[in-house]
Design a protein around this ligand. Structure first.
Ligand SMILES: Cc1cc2nc3c(=O)[nH]c(=O)nc-3n(C[C@H](O)[C@H](O)[C@H](O)COP(=O)(O)O)c2cc1C
Length: 220
């Protein structure tokens, strides 16, 4: 079995990456022999969908598949065959990061059938989404982050299966807050959240990984 974590953060060791690694540990706790891999979307150059529509050509050789040849292509070819996927992204300007959007266009759009009657056949592996952000839970609701993501997740659920998510709030953003103009944040409070809440978030990520593994086995 193979499971992927897809990291939409440009920082390969920070909040999102740590949570994704914990989720993959959760997978391993269920299936010690499973292959797991974290793909960092900022490690290689690639573009979003270029609207070539090769994935929609009638009786086309590549129907339902992305043909764009770049560094993402071989990884994407593996990801579409994965047994489970955990996506993770920081919130940038109220949405997931640009590279995560580009990835999702390439991953999801070929599976969208431009038909009233037909669907595109593809593997329906279990998915989960981990979001990290500066905002507190209260502010994230005030700013409507959940509405944006719920809408997007509904689309993914229609195409795959029930998607679960984890929202991680008030993340620790800098190693040394004193170096940056950052008085909008209370560093002491952030440190406290990092010490007390982040370990719980890591535990939740671990549990998500476990559930993804179990669902993969049950084809749920
Ligand atoms: C360009 C940019 C835009 C951001 N926009 C938001 C935002 O709209 N809302 C928010 O709560 N946090 C925002 N943040 C903060 C990040 O979402 C947060 O620090 C996240 O946990 C970083 O994840 P990482 O440590 O894995 O890189 C932004 C950060 C950057 C660099």
């Amino acid at each position: 079995m193979k499971f992927f974590a897809v990291n939409g953060s440009p920082r390969p060791k920070c909040n999102t990456a740590q949570l994704l690694d914990k989720a993959l540990e959760g997978v391993k706790s269920v299936f010690p022999d499973a292959e797991t891999e974290r793909v960092n979307l900022y490690d290689f150059p690639f573009h979003g969908c270029k609207s070539c529509f090769a994935c929609k050509i009638k009786d086309g050789k590549h129907y339902g598949r992305c043909v764009q040849k770049d560094d993402l292509k071989p990884i994407l070819d593996e990801i579409v065959q994965a047994d489970g996927i955990i996506l993770g992204s920081p919130i940038y300007l109220s949405d997931v990061t640009g590279n995560m959007r580009c990835f999702l266009e390439r991953f999801v759009f070929p599976f969208v059938a431009y038909s009233k009657t037909e669907t595109v056949e593809h593997k329906k592996m279990p998915l989960a989404y981990i979001y990290t952000m500066n905002a507190s839970e209260e502010i994230s609701y005030q700013l409507g982050y959940h509405d944006i993501h719920d809408h997007f997740e509904m689309g993914l659920e229609r195409m795959f299966s029930k998607l679960e998510h984890l929202y991680v709030y008030e993340t620790y953003q800098f190693k040394d807050y004193s170096r940056y103009v950052s008085d909008a944040f209370d560093e002491k409070e952030r440190k406290h959240i990092r010490k007390t809440q982040f370990p719980k978030d890591l535990e939740s990520a671990f549990e998500i990984g476990k559930r993804i593994a179990i669902r993969a086995e049950q084809h749920d």
